[in-house]
Design a protein around this ligand. Structure first.
Ligand SMILES: [Zn+2]
Length: 549
């Protein structure tokens, strides 16, 4: 019996984690994080609790490529489930850098495109895919019941700026060998009629076009150029360094994750011998401005990133000047649009020129990439993965255009289980077959993983404010109120009068009270306050602290 389900990645962009089971043996496909716009939360992870319970059945974790939404959860996952990790050299190096000194505790198996590996009931065949980071792998899984192809993230590239074009030959030969289930990247797909012919996200530039646009903007610039992109977008960074070489510009790198990733990329030979272009910020400063280039983190408007600091004038080394050109070489991930707009406004306000030049690393639906993949692999069944609902539905429509009957296309949510048994007819879907598919939050530098209760409280306090009541309870003398503190509930001018009234209400309630159980008193005080503030149309979080003496 084959089972397939996702603990993250369906109905959302991010925290990809897919699971393939054969007769109870488990292969995990990717383990990523999701960037979060929840206050104070750094990022979200898939809830691993189901896999923790099944840990003895898990044979391995396969990583398709080194982007955070595919590998960012690995350190947290390995702490709970110790299994061998399969991936390309670059993917594994990036994971190890995340793990730091703990990396030696785990078993990493480096694999290359073109190689195969037996793992229990699975035969894993690694296939080169083009994406915005080198060494991205697709996975062709053969079992005695069904063959499955997992694309990972991909785009079709016929004339890349660096690296090899899409390996059509291997993909077509896999299609000839037979693909029962295609689990494929849905990003950029959208229902055909949704935009009704107007501009949509489904079209995009080729990498060659991006390169030419970047080269043009940089060569036409007479001042300093600052390019911001994802730290993991090694392909784009290669392009930028190539242009710097051509234009005789030196490059300083601002951003910790960028520096870390570039070190790894250089070690593995991915900077095309252009590493000598990279200089320190001090060296850069000594050069004329038209010879300066900076690659900075912060393309998503992350609050502590280099670009945000540069835009707000708080960066230690880089001061923005009129005539500087800032090129943002990344689209905002859904949820980050506001933060990116804020950065753009600050940059423009300070007199910089701003350009957006980017192309998706995912299938360009407008150029039929998903359709091409379906035609090459000719699957019996399609399971759209990696996308919000609009992308999954759009991908399902493309599946129909490729000739698949609609009953052979499965739109799943995180936690839905697709079950297939050879010779027993169509696969079936068990809705919500896996419970607990919510998110875990990673909060602060210590990366504490906890349930999402704290986040709910934080959001309530953020939107409604908080009232804290402190009272003292003495068995002999009863209860007396110490103080009521309000934050974010009423305007500053009315705060003391509301506070006083509230103190009066609570004092009256405590006087009349005959209950002696502290917990019950706390509940009654909270209810009284909530009741009173409801009359003012206020619904804050209420905290009552009763200290016994
Ligand atoms: Zn990716």
């Amino acid at each position: 019996m084959i089972r397939f389900y996702a603990l993250g990645g369906l109905g959302e962009i991010g925290k990809n984690l897919y699971v393939l089971e054969k007769d109870g043996k488990i292969l995990v496909l990717d383990c990523g994080l999701k960037f979060s716009d929840v206050p104070g939360v750094d990022f979200l992870l898939p809830d691993f609790s189901y896999l923790e319970k099944r840990s003895k059945d898990i044979l391995g974790l396969f990583l398709s490529h080194g982007h955070e939404d595919h590998i960012g959860g690995v350190p947290f996952f390995l702490q709970r489930v110790k299994v061998p990790v399969f991936g390309s050299r670059l993917s594994l190096e990036l994971v190890k850098a995340n793990l730091g000194s703990r990396a030696t505790e785990y078993d990493f198996v480096e694999v290359k495109a073109g190689e195969s590996q037996e793992l229990g009931p699975f035969k894993l065949n690694f296939v080169e895919m083009r994406h915005s980071i080198p060494e991205a792998l697709g996975l062709y899984v053969e079992t005695d019941e069904a063959n499955i192809f997992f694309t990972g993230d991909y785009k079709i590239e016929v004339a890349p700026v660096s690296g090899k074009p899409t390996d059509f030959k291997t993909l077509a030969s896999i299609g000839d060998k037979g693909v029962d289930f295609l689990l494929a990247d849905s990003t950029n797909a959208e229902p055909a009629m949704m935009w009704n012919g107007s501009a949509s996200a489904g079209d995009c530039l080729t990498e060659q076009q991006v390169y030419e646009l970047l080269a043009k903007e940089i060569s036409e610039s007479s001042g300093r150029v600052i390019v911001s992109t994802f730290a993991s977008h090694i392909d784009r960074i290669q392009q930028i360094l190539k242009i710097a070489e051509k234009e005789g510009r030196s490059v300083a790198i601002e951003g910790r994750s960028l520096i870390r990733n570039l070190k790894i990329a250089e070690k593995l030979g991915y900077l095309d011998g252009l590493g000598h272009r990279i200089v320190t910020a001090q060296t850069l400063e000594s050069l004329p401005r038209e010879k300066q280039m900076i690659i900075a983190s912060g393309s998503q408007g992350e609050p502590l990133s280099a670009l945000v600091r540069i835009s707000s004038g708080t960066h230690k080394r880089v001061r923005l000047e009129r005539g500087d050109k800032v090129i943002i070489a990344a689209y905002p991930i859904p949820g980050n649009e506001r933060a990116v707009t804020d950065v753009i406004n600050s940059l423009l306000y300070k007199g910089a020129e701003v350009r957006f030049i980017h192309s998706s690393g995912h299938p360009c639906t407008g150029k039929d990439h998903q359709l091409i993949m379906l035609n090459l692999l000719k699957p019996r069944y399609l399971v759209p993965i990696h996308g919000e609902w609009q992308h999954l539905v759009g991908h399902a429509e493309i599946g129909k255009r490729a000739g698949l009957p609609s009953e052979n296309i499965f739109l799943l949510e995180n936690g839905d289980v697709l079950v297939y048994e050879k010779g027993k007819g169509q696969p079936r879907v068990k809705k919500h077959g896996i419970e607990n598919v919510g998110a875990l939050i990673v909060d602060g530098i210590l990366s504490k993983v906890e349930a999402a209760v704290a986040v709910k409280e934080r959001m309530k306090i953020g939107s409604e404010g908080v009232v804290v009541v402190e009272a003292v309870f003495d068995e002999d003398q009863g209860i007396w109120l110490v103080d009521t503190v309000m934050l974010g509930v009423v305007t500053e001018s009315s705060q003391s009068s509301v506070s006083q009234t509230l103190n009066g209400v609570i004092a009256r309630m405590l006087n009349e009270n005959t209950v002696s159980d502290p917990e019950e008193i706390e509940q009654r005080v909270a209810a009284t306050i909530k009741d009173y503030l409801k009359g003012m149309n206020q619904y804050p979080e209420v905290v009552v602290r009763l200290n016994s003496i």
